[in-house]
Design a protein around this ligand. Structure first.
Ligand SMILES: O=P(O)(O)OC[C@H]1O[C@](O)(CO)[C@@H](O)[C@@H]1O
Length: 244
């Protein structure tokens, strides 16, 4: 892993956006792995700006999102499909059929997980996977556990994750209890991974991700096993391969 530290988030967002754009410029039909949550909002804004300036086209690009809530209507403002439309897809020239988000309302969730994996493996591997990190070290919605799933699967969200995501809903009761997430195997299968970590309150989990033991209790620590991970952060953390 290589860690780049930034003094401000707007500079970080610009660099993160440029890294993703460089993948699409080099390979117009690139497969990008997308994330949601608070972390990527600024970098998606930067991508939209570049598109509006005519600096990039997504006409041939394909995307796969990490996860989706189970049971939340797609039309709900906080479904990850809505999030992606609002923050990115509605503002760029990507073809709607090339954007993939798991269907958290599928009547047969197991079959939906298999369908998602098959499509990902058919069109993949993902050229660059964007990741945020939860305070408990989750990536996608792969929550800390004694073992982790390799493929797309349904998860029960930890209470601290629901609590953290409460800010997007009217109350904790409205935060879904389950989600569908890409598995750790699919994430680690990406050719390159871009992990973005914002806010000093994530410094401790980032430190454990970078410098701690590789353990399923901190899913992000498995990123230590991947040969091409770039970490961009404004956290004050130490790591042997860091640049400011
Ligand atoms: O960016 P946030 O809102 O802090 O959330 C952390 C991470 O958890 C997830 O929301 C889980 O999907 C990621 O997409 C996100 O980056």
């Amino acid at each position: 892993m290589i860690l780049h530290k930034f003094k401000n988030q707007s500079e970080l967002d610009r660099v993160a956006a440029d890294l993703m754009l460089s993948v699409v410029r080099a390979k117009p039909n690139a497969v990008l792995g997308m994330a949601t949550g608070g972390t990527p909002v600024g970098l998606y804004e930067e991508i939209v700006k570049s598109y509006q300036q005519g600096l990039v086209s997504f006409k041939e690009a394909r995307t796969f999102n990490l996860d989706e809530y189970v049971g939340l209507p797609v039309s709900h403002a906080e479904s990850y499909r809505s999030f992606m439309q609002r923050n990115l897809f509605d503002h760029i020239d990507i073809e709607p059929e090339n954007t993939h988000v798991p269907n958290g309302n599928a009547p047969d969730i197991e079959a939906e997980c298999r369908r998602y994996d098959e499509m990902m493996y058919q069109l993949g591997p993902i050229d660059m996977q964007l990741l945020g990190i939860g305070h408990n070290g989750h990536i996608g919605f792969n929550e800390p556990d004694t073992s982790l799933s390799r493929f797309t699967h349904k998860v029960t969200l930890k209470e601290d994750t629901r609590e953290a995501n409460k800010r997007f809903f009217n109350s904790l009761d409205e935060v879904p209890t389950h989600a569908v997430t890409m598995g750790m195997g699919s994430i680690l299968h990406a050719k390159a991974i871009l992990l973005v970590v914002k806010g000093q309150e994530k410094a401790e989990i980032l430190d454990r991700t970078l410098n701690g033991a590789i353990t399923t209790e901190i899913p992000a620590s498995l990123l230590q096993t991947h040969p091409r991970v770039i970490v961009l952060t404004d956290c004050d953390v130490n790591y042997k391969l860091s640049h400011s």
